[in-house]
Design a protein around this ligand. Structure first.
Ligand code: ADP
Ligand code: ADP
Ligand code: ZN
Length: 216
């Protein structure tokens, strides 16, 4: 089963993708995480994309399409994957359709995570993740069971993203409205879009997604 999670920054795509990874054995393909890994490694690609990401703009389509094409060729994707943060433009969505056709793969569900813009700033401002395993947390909405200790790997170090600052977040939300929101009618037109209420609590959103996956 292959899924796309679609929604603005802070909607909860990464949170739900991690849950789906744990419960369904799917692999989470987060293009944001891949780009951040490239930056940490100091690769040419990392150097090329760092200033773009810090500004809140989108990385060029060709780079992203190549990245996802190479990643979906890897063996761990054969059991199914969750696209988290891709596609983000109509050009990426069209390229994804062509690419999957060629590989004999398909997307089973496109899940829109619907939220009100007001909650996003608060969600992003409180976001942090485990430096060891990448598990996502929130200062208020998703604290580790034991303060300062990762629930999943026991690590005690955490990180916050440099682009999770007020100014960059504003630009990322604008980029979503201008470049990514047009994907909703694109997928609605193909009849593959299902919408969940991402304003609900994390566990309720997970349950709604399960209904989509289990249902017709
Ligand atoms: P995205 O991947 O869509 O940018 P995240 O999954 O990183 O979003 O979620 C952003 C922040 O909001 C994280 O700190 C996460 O713990 C928190 N969060 C995710 N889903 C919810 C929810 N349904 N209610 C409250 N907080 C949430
Ligand atoms: P969020 O989950 O908060 O939306 P991401 O981690 O998905 O953030 O993305 C962080 C940044 O990485 C984006 O602001 C953008 O610069 C870049 N990025 C990630 N995925 C893509 C993509 N598919 N196309 C273009 N840029 C991307
Ligand atoms: Zn951890």
């Amino acid at each position: 089963m292959n899924l796309i999670l679609l929604g603005p920054p802070g909607a909860g795509k990464g949170t739900q993708a991690q849950e789906l990874e744990r419960c369904h054995g799917l692999v989470q393909l987060s293009t944001g995480d891949m780009l951040r890994a490239a930056i940490s490694s100091g690769s040419d690609l990392g150097q090329e994309v760092k200033s773009i990401m810090d500004s809140g703009a989108l990385v060029p389509d060709e780079i992203m399409i190549r990245m996802i094409s190479e990643r979906t060729d890897q063996l761990d994707c054969t059991n199914g994957f969750i696209l988290d943060g891709f596609p983000r433009t109509t050009a990426q969505a069209e390229a994804l359709d062509d690419m999957l056709d060629e590989k004999g793969m398909k997307i089973d569900h496109v899940i829109e995570m619907s939220v009100d813009a007001q909650v996003l700033t608060k969600r992003i401002a409180g976001r942090f993740s485990c430096a060891g395993c990448g598990a996502g947390y929130h200062d208020e909405f998703q604290k580790p069971a034991k303060d300062g200790v990762c629930d999943h790997c026991g690590n005690t170090e955490f990180t916050r993203r440099s682009d999770d600052n007020a100014e960059t977040v504003r630009k990322r939300l604008d980029a979503y409205e201008a470049q990514t929101a047009p994907l909703l009618p694109y997928y609605r037109g193909k009849d593959s879009l299902r919408t969940v209420d991402a304003l609900a609590e994390i566990a309720e959103v997970t349950a709604e997604i399960e209904t989509v996956l289990g249902g017709a």
